[in-house]
Every structure is written in structure tokens, then in C-alpha cells.
Design a protein around this ligand. Structure first.
Ligand code: SAM
Ligand code: SF4
Length: 469
């Protein structure tokens, strides 16, 4: 049942979003190009400007948006691309989200809560493949996957070793917690806490979440506030594209970012752009009410890149391989690879079946295949976790990022983490491609930094690990 507070939409001003989107429909080509020119300065966009780019239908403006996104991406991130793997620990859920295969009413789903032994086995496989960053994902259940369980899982993940390899950063995507429980989550040593609003549109939100704790729109909207209050300063936000008009959602994401930035001095660390994928017994996923096509996805990624240039954009394996490469060029800075969306899916082939996964995957390639193909396109695959381990999080990170200084650390650190991967895990073709990418990357560094990075690369070749600037 709705409560009074459910009907408020907090800092999301639906009327303002709608009126800006309406007004932007009459923006002409010169206004569109003017906004693109401003976006190229890489200082972000205001809501009215974002609305103009989202509504643009002139081919010249659209192509200028893509060009500017590419430019912003290259200026801020260079060719670096961070890799991570999701780890689904539980698919038991008290909610009934109409779009998700884990929904309570899906009686055909094989429910599973991984034991700590099973988590260890999953992590061993990810470590053997070369992963260093893991995103823990869980359904919402007060007892079976509550904070006690999640704490235990994170401890197991950090504790698992294969030789000298270990997970260096665990990010978490679980149901919103109270401030007290977020403080416990922080104490486990997580990197980013992610929570997608799914849709910023209240009426759609209510329809998509007919029952369960997730029905409370405002409680979810303020999850990042509670996490920040508990000391977690790297927050991931996002919308699930396909539930309502994508333009409304992108505006909602910017409003959310501005709110967090204004209140805490730091906006979200990352934005995720999941697009609805088919899922077992999930009516809204199998017939999306506002299906998002590839052009819409291009617009979503490029507009977000321009609106919040210093925020990471995450793309999962929901998208097919060739299209992922395209979206990467338009602004994505982190990708998952070799993913399984079912608990136990890495070590247990049976678990990787439609009756157990959350949604179907578009890019089935292994980490090694994705990494090699990105090297061939001159990207620098990165497993770097140095900011997190050096305490450069939240405001400290954003301060450096906005002054362009983070680049000086990220560029060499990406090369160092790639070198570790090449020495420890790569097959010959990938090794050759990767070494070429490293040699090219070194050329772009200023003299002193190049020399220092070369020394560290030699130390990795000689057997040292976990070397970073
Ligand atoms: N249960 C927690 C929650 O809902 O916040 C966290 C885990 S949930 C599995 C992670 C995300 O998966 C959701 O926030 C949603 O955006 C996404 N998701 C759910 N169903 C999906 C589908 N059919 N296609 C693509 N993404 C989906
Ligand atoms: Fe549960 Fe999250 Fe899936 Fe909703 S999206 S059914 S809360 S796992």
C-alpha cells in the first residue's frame, strides 16, 4: 500500500524534467551545435542543455554529439578501459520487480544462496582468468542475503588466493541498507556501492514494483545518501533503460548527480546503463514498455559522457560484442567480461542455464577474448585498483579527476596492471598485442613518468606484483 512519503519524489522534479524536455523539442540546429560546443569544454552540462541534446533530431547535431563524446572520452580517459566481473551470490528475492528473473513470483527459477565454499570456488575461477575487481550482486532477502551474509561473502572473497593472486577491490550491488548496515558494509573494505533507481519516474516505478520492500521509491532514491552518511563515498547510480522514456531517465540521472554533488561535494563515482534484457517469467523484460534501440543507447551513453564527464560509465555484458565496442568509443570507461548472471555460474556449468540466471547475456566472450580484441583496437585494458587502495576515493578522487591530474596516475597504472595480466595469464596473441599497447602507451607519458613506469614494468617482468604509482 502507498504511504504519503511514497508519493513525494524527493529531489526528482518530474515537472521540471518534462517541461525542459518539452521546451527542448523546439531548439533549432544552431542551439544544438552551441550546446555541443560547450560540452566539448568537458565541464559538464546543465539540465536544459542536456534536454537539447536528448531531443536533437538533426543528423548534423547528432553526429556532433557523438564526436564530442568521443573527444571527451579520449581527453579524460585516454584509451584506458577498466575490467571487472560480477559475482552473483544469491538469487533469492523478496521483491517482485516485473523485469527481473529473480522476482519472487518466478516459480521456475532455481533458487540458490551460495555457501562460502562455493564463493571461494567461484573466486578461484575468476582469479585464474586474471580478474582483480569483482562486483558482488545479490537478490534482496532480509535473512538469507542480509548484511550478515554479505559481510561473510566479502570476507571470503578478499581472503581467497590462487598463488599470489587475490581480488583487490570488491564493489557491491545489493538492496539499499540502513545507515548502520551501510557502516558495516563500509567496514568490510568495499570499493563502490551501486544502487540503480531503475526508473526515476514515480508512476512507472510503482507499476514495476508491485510489492516487497523495493516498492518504496524514496527509500531507494536516498540509498546513496545513507551510504555516504555511513562513510561510503564511491557511489554507483543508474537507470534500467526500457521502463520509461530514456530521455526522462537520463535527465533523472543528471538530477541525481547534481543533488549528490551539491549535498556531499561529490557526485556519483559511476553511472551504469543497463538495457532491459529478456528474463525468465519477467513480463516487463520480455516486452519492454519503452524499448530502447541501438540509436537510443548511443544517445544515452554519449549524452551522459558529456553531461558528467568525470563520472565513470559502466557497461555490462547485457550488450552484444560488436555494439559494446561502439559504445565504448562513445564514453564507456568500465566493462565486465566473461560474466555469469546466476549464482554458481562460473564453477558449475549447470547453474549457467536460463532457469537460474537473472537475464540473458549478449556478449558471451571470455575475459581473454574481450581483452585481446580491445588491445587490437588500441585500448589499454586495466585492472587497476590503486586509487581505492591509496585512499583516493570520493572527493579526493573527483578533485584530482576534475583537474585532469588523475590521468597522470591512471595512465601508468593501467599499463602496469595490463603488464601483470600479460605476464601471468595471456596467451601468445594477447601477449603480443598487449606489449604493443604498452609500448605505445609509454610514448604518451612525459619523460620522468615514462622512466619511472618503465622501471616498474621491469620489476613486474622480474616477478614483483601489485606494483602501482
Ligand atoms: N536486488 C538488488 C536490487 O534490485 O537493487 C541488487 C541486484 S539486481 C540483480 C541488479 C540490477 O539488475 C537491478 O538494479 C536492475 O537494474 C538489473 N536488472 C534486473 N532485471 C534486468 C533485466 N531483465 N535486464 C537487465 N538488467 C536487469
Ligand atoms: Fe530482486 Fe533486484 Fe531482481 Fe528486483 S531487480 S527481483 S530486487 S534481484
Amino acid at each position: 500500500m502507498s504511504t504519503v512519503s511514497d508519493e513525494q519524489v524527493g529531489f526528482i522534479d518530474e515537472q521540471l524534467i518534462n517541461s525542459l524536455l518539452e521546451a527542448a523539442k523546439s531548439a533549432d540546429k544552431s542551439r544544438g551545435l552551441e550546446v555541443v560546443a560547450k560540452a566539448r569544454e568537458c565541464h559538464g552540462l546543465e539540465l536544459d542543455e542536456l534536454a537539447v541534446l536528448l531531443q536533437a533530431d538533426d543528423p548534423e547535431v547528432i553526429s556532433a554529439i557523438y564526436d564530442a563524446a568521443l573527444y571527451a572520452k579520449n581527453t579524460i580517459y585516454g584509451k584506458r578501459m577498466v575490467f571487472f566481473a560480477p559475482l552473483y551470490v544469491s538469487n533469492v528475492c523478496a521483491n517482485n520487480c516485473l523485469y527481473c528473473g529473480f522476482r519472487r513470483d518466478n516459480k521456475e527459477l532455481k533458487r540458490r544462496v551460495l555457501t562460502q565454499d562455493e564463493i571461494r570456488r567461484e573466486i578461484e575461477i575468476l582469479l585464474e582468468e586474471g580478474h582483480k575487481r569483482v562486483l558482488l550482486v545479490a537478490g534482496e532477502h532480509p535473512t538469507l542475503s542480509g548484511i550478515d551474509y554479505i559481510e561473510e561473502c566479502i570476507a571470503t572473497i578478499y581472503d581467497t588466493r590462487v598463488g599470489n593472486a587475490e581480488v583487490r577491490r570488491v564493489n557491491v550491488n545489493c538492496a539499499p541498507l540502513t545507515v548502520e548496515d551501510f557502516a558495516r558494509l563500509k567496514a568490510t573494505g568495499i570499493g563502490t556501492y551501486q544502487c540503480f533507481q531503475e526508473t526515476y519516474h514515480l508512476e512507472t516505478y510503482k507499476h514495476m514494483h508491485p510489492s516487497g520492500p523495493k516498492r518504496a521509491y524514496l527509500y531507494r532514491l536516498h540509498a546513496p545518501d545513507r551510504a555516504m552518511q555511513a562513510g561510503i563515498d564511491d557511489i554507483g547510480v543508474g537507470a534500467l533503460f526500457g521502463l520509461t522514456d530514456f530521455r526522462f531517465e537520463v535527465m533523472g540521472v543528471l538530477m541525481h548527480s547534481q543533488y549528490l554533488d551539491g549535498k556531499y561535494g561529490v557526485g556519483p563515482h559511476t553511472i551504469s546503463v543497463p538495457r532491459l534484457e529478456p528474463a525468465l517469467n519477467a513480463p516487463a523484460a520480455n516486452d519492454p514498455p519503452n524499448a530502447v534501440n541501438d540509436d537510443d543507447m548511443r544517445r544515452i551513453v554519449s549524452c551522459l559522457r558529456l553531461a558528467v564527464p568525470y563520472t565513470g560509465i559502466i557497461l555490462s555484458t547485457r550488450e552484444r560484442a560488436s555494439f559494446r565496442t561502439e559504445l565504448i568509443a562513445l564514453g564507456v570507461s568500465q566493462v565486465s567480461a566473461g560474466s555469469r548472471t546466476s549464482p554458481g555460474g562460473y564453477y558449475d556449468a549447470k547453474a549457467h542455464a536460463p532457469e537460474a540466471e537473472q537475464f540473458s547475456i549478449g556478449d558471451e566472450r571470455s575475459l581473454s577474448e574481450v581483452l585481446c580484441s580491445l588491445c587490437k583496437e588500441n585500448y589499454i585494458p586495466s585492472f587497476c585498483t590503486s586509487c581505492y587502495r591509496s585512499g583516493r576515493t570520493g572527493e579526493a578522487f573527483m578533485g584530482l579527476a576534475k583537474h585532469g591530474d588523475i590521468h597522470k596516475m591512471c595512465a601508468p597504472n593501467a599499463l602496469l596492471s595490463l603488464k601483470e595480466y600479460l605476464v601471468d595469464y595471456a596467451e601468445q596473441e594477447t601477449r603480443t598485442e598487449g606489449e604493443r599497447v604498452i609500448a605505445e602507451g609509454l610514448k604518451d607519458l612525459p619523460d620522468a613518468l615514462r622512466k619511472r613506469t618503465k622501471d616498474l614494468l621491469d620489476r613486474i617482468e622480474a616477478g614483483e606484483r601489485d606494483v602501482y604509482i
